[in-house]
Design a protein around this ligand. Structure first.
Ligand code: AMP
Ligand code: ZN
Ligand code: FE
Ligand code: FE
Length: 283
């Protein structure tokens, strides 16, 4: 069993169709992947069909944009009810806010003579996809202004850049409770990925655990070995499980599908904890 619990398609800021993400998983010998697009469940149906065809089990999931006092936190929600009104409302609010935030970031960049327009950014995303900074990066790559997404983030798009603009996101402790209300299992994505942006303290993670957090994504390429060890120790102290995943985004990032994996016993726990009626899709 090789299980990767965090991947993105072009329903958000991945570069591949959901079916192609599943094909990539099959080609790399994975038995199971979770599709966890940012703030949307739009890719689930296509991924599930492809999973049945190719013999890859699909764990329907989302990566919910949340924050704590302005620090962005990504919360994975596995096996949630996609029609839960509260969860849907929060994700729709975040997606709408991402649209206006995109207009403002593009205006900030263009005002400094950086060659980008809203149309060019939109052209990088599938209609209806959750818009994110990687789409700005792709527009800048197409314009020949930067060589790749990483270069765009290094100077222009990271959250310390003068061009950065926040978007609406619910508080992370409330979001953890909301995922449980929606019958799903909340797992904190890359909790200590501090080279990519600010991260919250262990104290906040304790509050998340009290609100029903299930696990920590300890094994992720944005964690160095000490951060992985800390995540494992903190999870043990708080009674949480740990996961490992690739955060695959297709061609846009270096992450290779299946580069980190999750213990089958942990997936079994996730399935036991879920109460939504949404289940793992298996051939
Ligand atoms: P946003 O959703 O607009 O806040 O953008 C965050 C997304 O940008 C993350 O989910 C990552 O996929 C991507 N990202 C963050 N840092 C980098 C980076 N250094 N290089 C490429 N992609 C990145
Ligand atoms: Zn992303
Ligand atoms: Fe993330
Ligand atoms: Fe992600």
């Amino acid at each position: 069993m090789a299980i990767d619990l965090h991947t993105h398609s072009n329903a958000s800021d991945g570069t591949h169709d959901p079916a192609d993400v599943v094909a990539e998983a099959a080609a790399h010998g994975l038995t199971t992947i979770a599709l966890t697009d940012h703030d949307t469940t739009a890719g689930w149906a296509e991924a599930s069909r492809a999973g049945l065809e190719l013999g890859v089990a699909i764990v329907p999931g989302v990566e919910i944009s949340t924050q704590h006092h302005g620090i962005s936190v990504h919360l994975l929600g596995y096996l949630v009810d996609p029609d839960h009104p509260g969860l849907r409302r929060e994700m729709e609010h975040a997606r709408k806010s991402r649209d206006t935030r995109m207009e403002r970031m593009v205006a900030n960049l263009a005002a400094d003579g950086i060659p980008v327009t809203l149309e060019a950014v939109r052209a990088q995303a599938k209609p209806g996809a959750t818009l994110g900074r990687p789409h700005i990066a792709d527009a800048l790559v197409e314009a020949g202004y930067v060589p790749d997404r990483a270069a765009a983030f290094a100077d222009l798009l990271n959250d310390r850049s003068p061009y950065y603009v926040h978007h609406y996101a619910p508080d992370v402790v409330r979001a953890v409770a909301l995922v449980r209300e929606a019958g799903g299992v909340p797992v904190m994505a890359h909790p200590f990925a501090n080279r990519r942006g600010r991260t919250v303290t262990d104290h906040v993670i304790e509050q998340m655990a009290e609100a029903g957090l299930g696990g920590l994504e300890a094994f992720h390429r944005d964690h160095l070995p000490p951060e992985r060890e800390h995540a494992v120790a903190l999870a043990e102290r708080l009674g949480l499980f740990v996961t490992g995943s690739s955060d695959y985004h297709g061609a846009g990032k270096e992450n290779r599908i299946g580069e980190n994996t999750t213990d089958p016993a942990v997936l079994a726990q996730i399935e036991e904890q879920a109460t939504s009626g949404t289940t793992v899709v298996r051939a």
